[in-house]
Write a protein that binds this ligand. Structure first.
Ligand code: 6R9
Length: 649
């Protein structure tokens, strides 16, 4: 409790220059909730429109009829706001600094070059028959072409669906099929930590799966020149097709509510959901939050270490920064290569002012001691950011003291794939910081805490975090399944958007996210549905039943703990544990790698057959003294066996 009460007041040097100070925050926040129409009409002017919107907000969370529209009569093209409009003033300014996996490899791409490359790819996409409304899947390394591909899709009105390069061929196939995607853009290989990952091979494997026939072409960036298979008629080299195209391409006039992208994310049940984000509201929201929360000042180098495969990469490597004319750094590698000092070295090399990373990365560095940052000075840093999971106060303090040399505010930003942009976070010139708290809501965001019956709780209290009214960055639907969208987010608490997170509000009104309250794990900041891992396991012939829970992990935040009941006559061997581990890695991807597998002769179930995960979570966390009520179990003796044979002693 004591460290939670520590307060870091707004720094004078930051407040002196910040976009938003305390008074301004109060006034703007008040207006944003009292008069959302007026507030957002004004904010919409920050991006370029073909036709400016006159209808601002048309939203309802009524579960019978969830309907979310912002700026619905406006027309625009996202790539124009991110590129064309900067050409006159900052055509020669660097838009993207690319830092390769190899520390001797980097390059600068100016706004003019980025515009030209985007137009070339846009023309190439047209030549491949891709047009407005078609879905293009990107399965790419962290190279400038990934941003170019997103913007090129936007330019012609195609919808991009970025799939994280660490996902398996099956996971990729599932997403190609789900989005009915006719083109995949990939690279021969990606490079991370000195190792090559066979992206093109994975695409080849994915496209052998039934249902992927919708995909007609694969456009391949040559990143390493590594050996790959080639399918004539289907595969096209990026450089062959793109380099010869004209460097201008008219931008398609899109409605504000036309889809900009789909992004898949895990939920508590079933297959991953493809969240649908639209154009106008998303861009206004990504750009506004980027400017104010990171207090971005013209000319600064800004570095978000996320992968473009996650929403953080969409909003805060590509769309937000580029809409704001920022210089955004894109890093191909990993923080631990060639040594653990790499992050600081990249900061020094490129004069990074703002660094936005994840608690898991901070904890991994912290484990090596303060000396891990000795190879860099990091004097250029002015502001730090955190995202992906709750940051424990200890990691917050270390981030502040060691990485930030005790002089940079930390903006702990709470948000989700579904929210499109940051929802709860400090504005560095306006809010005192408390390590571990995401502090206060951004403009237009109205959080509330509910008890399990759906009553709104007041004051300092713990509850389920919901949002009471729409904001422009909100996802509009689940691709192809609006009912599931309503079911997942709007049916638990009528009239509210349910986040799936638990949260505490303190006496100052500060929000402290406590983690998921549903069956979603957060492993190193990556969302994993327990249901997805379980269904992968039960597809293995040796497995009769499986239950997956999270457990506290020093670096990952949460680790994956698996209870497996084997089929009759199957021997529980260490070999089989290895095989199941490989199975899940292959099926979903390395991020779903089990940390612990425990053989479970039986699983604790209610009499109606529901697995009691609450008990399994306690056993995994070694909190077996407080198991709570086990009287509703069909067979309480299975619990004793599980405790006795706990896999981590
Ligand atoms: C942006 C992103 C969303 C879930 C979210 C929550 C957790 C993210 C957080 C945080 C506490 C923060 N989360 N940021 N928890 N403090 N600053 O991560 O999106 O991948 O969809 O994950 O991540 O549990 O519900 P996504």
């Amino acid at each position: 409790m004591t460290d939670q009460q520590k307060v870091y007041p707004v720094r004078d040097d930051i407040a002196a220059n910040a976009w938003i100070d305390r008074e301004k925050y109060q006034a703007m926040y008040q207006q944003s909730v009292d008069d959302p129409e007026g507030f957002w009409a004004e904010q919409a002017k920050r991006i370029d429109w073909f036709k400016a919107p006159t209808k601002i907000k048309h939203t309802t969370f009524d579960p019978h009829n969830v309907d979310i529209r912002w700026f619905e009569d406006g027309t625009l093209n996202a790539s124009v706001s991110c590129l064309d409009r900067h050409l006159e003033k900052r055509g020669d300014q660097t838009a993207i600094i690319w830092e390769g996996d190899d520390p001797t490899d980097s390059k600068h791409v100016s706004y003019r070059e980025l515009h030209a490359k985007t137009c070339q790819l846009a023309n190439a996409l047209k030549e491949l028959g891709v047009g407005k409304g078609d879905v293009v899947t990107l399965y790419m390394p962290m190279i400038p072409e990934a941003a170019v591909a997103m913007l090129a899709c936007a330019r012609i009105g195609a919808v991009h669906s970025v799939v994280f390069g660490g996902f398996s061929p099956d996971a990729l196939a599932q997403r190609i099929i789900g989005a009915d995607s006719k083109l995949v853009i990939t690279a021969d290989e990606s490079v991370r930590g000195g190792k090559h990952v066979p992206l093109k091979d994975n695409v080849d494997a994915a496209l052998t799966r039934k249902g992927t026939e919708v995909c007609e072409n694969v456009l391949v960036v040559k990143r390493t020149g590594g050996e790959i298979e080639w399918k004539e008629g289907r595969d096209v080299w990026y450089h062959d097709l793109v380099d010869k195209q004209a460097t201008d391409c008219p931008a398609e006039e899109m409605n504000a509510e036309d889809p900009l992208f789909i992004l898949y994310t895990s939920g508590s049940t079933g297959a991953p959901k493809g969240l649908k984000h639209t154009t106008g509201g998303y861009l206004v929201y990504a750009s506004l939050t980027h400017q104010y929360i990171f207090d971005y000042q013209d000319g600064e180098v800004y570095w978000c270490t996320a992968d473009v495969g996650w929403v953080t990469g969409h909003s805060y490597i590509v769309y937000g920064p580029l809409a704001n004319g920022a210089t955004t750094l894109m890093f191909e590698g990993v923080p631990s290569y060639p040594s653990h000092g790499r992050m600081g070295e990249v900061v020094d090399k490129h004069n990074v002012a703002i660094l936005y990373t994840a608690p898991t990365a901070i904890r991994a560095l912290m484990a090596h001691g303060d000396g891990v940052m000795d190879s860099s000075k990091r004097d250029s840093l002015r502001l730090l950011g955190s995202v992906g999971e709750p940051i424990n106060p200890e990691a917050w303090e270390w981030y502040h003291r060691v990485i930030g040399n005790s002089k940079c505010p930390i903006v702990d930003t709470w948000w989700q794939t579904e929210t499109g942009g940051i929802m709860i976070a400090p504005l560095p010139g306006a809010m005192d910081l408390k390590p571990g708290s995401a502090t206060l809501p951004f403009f237009g965001v109205q959080p509330a805490l509910l008890d399990s019956e759906g009553n709104e709780l007041q004051g300092a209290v713990d509850g389920n975090l919901v949002i009471s009214d729409s904001w422009p960055g909100q996802a509009r639907s689940i691709w192809g399944d609006h009912d599931r969208f309503i079911q997942t987010y709007f049916s638990t608490y009528k009239g509210y958007y349910f986040t799936g997170d638990g949260c505490r509000r303190d006496e100052d009104g500060y929000y402290w996210i406590t983690g998921r309250v549903d069956d979603v794990l957060n492993v190193s900041g990556h969302r994993m549905g327990t249901a997805e891992i379980e269904s992968s396991l039960v597809a293995h012939e040796a497995v009769a039943e499986a239950a997956v829970v999270g457990f506290p992990h020093d670096i990952k935040g949460q680790g994956i703990y698996i209870y497996v009941t084997l089929g009759d006559g199957v021997e529980p061997t260490d070999e089989l544990k290895k095989e199941l581990t490989q199975w899940v890695r292959k099926d979903i991807g390395p991020i779903a790698s089990p940390d612990v597998i425990q053989w479970a002769p039986g699983l604790p179930k209610t009499r109606s057959g529901k697995i009691m995960r609450r008990i399994l979570r306690k056993i995994a966390a070694n909190e077996t003294d407080g198991l709570g009520d086990t009287s509703t179990l069909a067979d309480p003796s299975v619990v004793d066996d599980l405790i006795e044979n706990r896999a981590i002693k």
